[in-house]
Write a protein that binds this ligand. Structure first.
Ligand code: SF4
Length: 277
């Protein structure tokens, strides 16, 4: 492994792992072979531009009773007025998010946090919602957690602006409460519109919540990690890992996060994004 990646692994707090267990190309090969079996066909990375309704990305019904804290199925959320998101271009989409008052989370926000990064990125990295730092800075993953995420991405060989980084919810839930299913349903079309524009080849979910929202499951994080999931529309593979905010509290799990990132790299190797003219 090259010296620079070792340095970034050290920044993740994985210097011991890097020296003992960071994979050689040969060591990664079994992972690549294994994930190939569950990977979508090469055509699956061609994400259609059409933005589906939120229910279209839901997987088969899970068992809500198994996890009491899991959000309600989005299908139960009553429809409101037509949503502005769908097939908007970047600028009108950003303007729609900035002025959105479709749910109560607009009341306590400093600003809506749209997301940032490459507009055509191979990797789209998705968290749940802005926290205090993100709400203040307008950065979807700010502060110490943002620094750790940057180190995690650099360990994968990409910079932060080589991916598109955003959250499912664009406004900060007051007191870090769990968003209501209706709030998720109101905000999800913005994310799907973003996905249609970015056309990622891989989605990385940071934490349980964004994975559950996108995959339509109540499975806990422990069962969501370690495998490649697939959104139905757009057809894109999904890898789930820990949110860096959690890793700051539980650094012992950084090793598992690195394993998740290796799985992601084996599925879709990250590359620097194409820069716009
Ligand atoms: S959380 Fe989403 S739906 Fe709710 S006000 Fe903010 S941008 Fe609008």
């Amino acid at each position: 492994m090259e010296a620079r990646r070792l340095a970034y692994l050290e920044a993740m707090g994985l210097e011991v792992l890097a020296l003992r267990g960071a994979p050689s190309e040969a060591a990664l090969a079994p992972v690549a072979a294994e994930t190939t079996a569950v990977a979508a066909s090469p055509t699956a990375v061609q994400v259609p531009v059409e933005v589906p309704a939120p229910a279209a990305v839901r997987a088969p019904a899970a068992t809500p009773a198994a996890v009491p804290s899991a959000p309600k199925p989005l299908a139960q959320v009553p429809k409101r007025s037509p949503h502005p998101a769908g097939q908007l271009a970047w600028e009108p989409l950003a303007a729609a998010v900035a002025g959105c008052e479709r749910c109560g989370m607009c009341v306590g926000r400093t600003q809506a946090v749209f997301g940032m990064g490459a507009r055509r990125a191979r990797w789209m990295v998705i968290g749940e919602a802005p926290g205090v730092d993100e709400d203040r800075d307008g950065d979807p993953c700010a502060g110490k957690a943002g620094e750790l995420l940057t180190a995690m991405l650099r360990a994968c060989g990409v910079q932060r602006d080589d991916v598109f980084l955003t959250n499912v919810l664009k406004c900060r839930p007051e007191d870090n409460r769990e968003p209501e299913a209706a709030e998720v349903a109101e905000c999800l079309p913005y994310l799907l519109n973003q996905m249609a524009l970015v056309q990622p080849e891989l989605v990385i979910c940071l934490g349980r919540a964004p994975a559950q929202y996108l995959l339509g499951t109540d499975l806990p994080l422990a069962k969501l990690r370690g495998q490649v999931h697939h959104l139905q529309s757009p057809a894109v593979p999904v890898v789930v890992t820990y949110h860096p905010t959690y890793l700051l509290r539980a650094p012992q799990d950084k090793r598992k996060a690195w394993e998740d990132l290796q799985l992601a790299m084996a599925q879709v190797p990250p590359l620097p994004a194409e820069r716009e003219g």
